[in-house]
Design a protein around this ligand. Structure first.
Ligand SMILES: *Cc1c(COP(=O)(O)O)cnc(C)c1O
Length: 509
């Protein structure tokens, strides 16, 4: 029986007790005092804050208890199963965090002279090369800070490519399948293109007739995820990319699902021109709630001059790593400094620890686990697999609760809330958009059979509850979590994200 810890939900500000001290700051010495006086004199008045920071006043123990209790009301991969499809919430080995905590890499500054940080530059140089090797690209930049940021970087390269060809006026459209992640059309728009959506075929792959109808001289490129968000490998991929190349379009690979293919196939060999990776999904950084992450981008040889500056290069004569600012057609800089270094360190550690055979085994196990779960889940009578029922999936698959919703008024959201009550994180729901009442399940390679069986049992229990007319129990869920059903709409429309916002709202009432 699962029951999540519930502590009193007082904010840290509400626990404040004037005069209570957690950390004693030393008095300023004479020199610091005179610096402060001078600063106050020289900084323009409207930029100066009054002395009060309005910070909560607590003892050190009070702070420790508050955050320990909050962490107990949280859920993560370290506490249980987390099959959030497309997000690859796998176990991130602790050795990656350990290496990222070394003082040698923690206490350096990006403005240090390259001669002082040769080791860190070597790590970045080697990681970029490994990613290039794994994806079949010529060169990789580590600058982008997330998958979506990688998409932006890659699409700006596509844009600049057409501009340099003198074709930007003609090349206006990017083709995106209807199973794509929402960041894809958003990226297309941000980079000044128009999205042309094409429908998926009944088999979950791209509909070739629809693709042919969409390709014109205006086509600047295509954005694809392969395997796609249905967990299905695009079997016509070479043919599709050839058609795009025929009109001088470029093919962009959304690498969020890279966990399915490492060491097995390479986007470069499929014909792709630009690739992004989600290091936080595939290569060992704990993520969620918006970060941290990294979205390196790889390109084929022809597009190398377009990469952001600086890149990190090696001079074999002097045996030194250095920043290369010379890219003739660069799109410029997409981030301060050189990338999200702590995520880069974790990815470097992850790859080095597993090696080529290990990475291949990761993908094989991720696919095996997903197929195990799919074969069991699709036999449960209230759920169905609308795409790829009779074939193998890759690292994830999408169940539909359409029948439940239609006949019993129980939605994919209700199913998720009931799953929460058993100490499991629910799958991704309502995505991809082409599956009604979608439940997108990605167990990842690191999950144990007992856990997967436990999850399948919960879905079976849902069927049993419905058979015995007890669906109320599903609609009431979750009852065993620290927080019950949340008002999603209010949370999205009236977000209160700071104590100041909360105080303002209280004053208004
Ligand atoms: C996660 C994801 C992205 C975006 O990556 P972020 O790192 O979250 O910005 C893009 N495409 C797909 C298919 C994804 O799953």
């Amino acid at each position: 029986m699962f029951k999540q810890t519930t502590w009193e939900k007082k904010l840290i500000f509400e626990q404040s007790n004037p005069g209570r001290i957690g950390h004693q700051v030393e008095d300023l010495d004479e020199e610091e005092k005179s610096l402060l006086t001078r600063a106050k004199r020289e900084i323009s008045k409207h930029l100066l804050r009054d002395d009060s920071l309005d910070l909560p006043e607590l003892s050190e123990l009070g702070v420790v208890r508050h955050y320990t209790r909050l962490s107990q009301m949280n859920y993560g991969i370290d506490s249980g199963f987390y099959p959030l499809g497309s997000c690859t919430m796998k176990y991130n080995p602790k050795i990656c965090d350990f290496v990222a905590s070394f003082p040698e890499v923690q206490n350096i500054h990006p403005y240090q002279d390259p001669s002082m940080v040769q080791g860190s530059l070597q790590i970045m140089y080697e990681l970029a090369n490994w990613l290039a090797e794994l994806s079949g690209m010529k060169k990789v930049t580590l600058q982008p800070a997330a998958g979506a940021h990688g998409e932006y970087t890659g699409m700006m390269i596509v844009r600049k490519y057409h501009a340099v060809q003198g074709n930007l006026d003609a090349k206006k459209e990017i083709i995106v399948p209807d199973s794509a992640h929402g960041t894809n059309p958003a990226t297309v728009t941000m980079c000044g293109f128009k999205t042309v959506v094409i429908p998926s075929h009944r088999d979950g792959c791209i509909d070739l007739t629809a693709l042919e109808a969409a390709i014109t001289e205006r086509t600047a490129g295509i954005m694809l995820t392969n395997p796609n968000t249905l967990g299905i490998f695009e079997k016509n991929i070479e043919k599709i990319i050839r058609k795009i190349h025929d009109v001088d379009g470029l093919a962009y690979y959304d690498g969020a699902n890279f966990n399915a293919i490492m060491g097995k196939v390479r986007p470069g060999d499929m014909g792709f021109d630009v690739v992004h990776f989600n290091l936080h999904k595939t290569f060992g950084t704990p993520h969620g709630g918006g970060g941290p992450g990294a979205g390196p981008v790889g390109v084929i040889e022809r597009l190398e001059p377009f990469l952001p500056v600086p890149s990190i290069d090696f001079n074999p004569k002097t045996k030194e790593y250095f920043f290369q600012h010379n890219h003739s057609k660069t799109i410029g800089k997409v981030r301060s400094y050189f990338g999200n270094f702590s995520t880069i360190l974790r990815a470097y550690t992850y790859i080095l620890r597993l090696g080529y055979e290990g990475l291949k085994a990761v993908s094989e196990m991720a696919v095996l686990n997903a197929n195990y779960m799919k074969s069991k889940c699709q036999t449960i009578k209230d759920f169905s697999v609308p795409y790829g029922k009779n074939s193998f999936c890759m690292h994830e698959f999408v169940l539909s609760a359409k029948k439940l919703a239609k006949e019993k008024n129980i939605s994919a959201l209700d199913v998720s809330k009931y799953i929460l009550d058993h100490g499991f994180h629910p799958p991704t729901i309502y995505f991809p958009l082409i599956v009604p009442e979608a439940l997108m399940i990605e167990p990842t390679e690191s999950e144990q059979k007992e856990m997967m069986d436990g999850f399948i049992k919960i879905l079976e229990k849902i069927s049993e509850l419905i058979d015995s007319q007890q669906q109320e129990r599903i609609l009431q869920a979750p009852l065993n979590t620290s927080v019950g059903r949340i008002d999603d709409v209010k949370a999205a429309r009236q977000p209160i994200l700071s104590y100041r916002m909360l105080k303002m709202q209280k004053e208004e009432l």
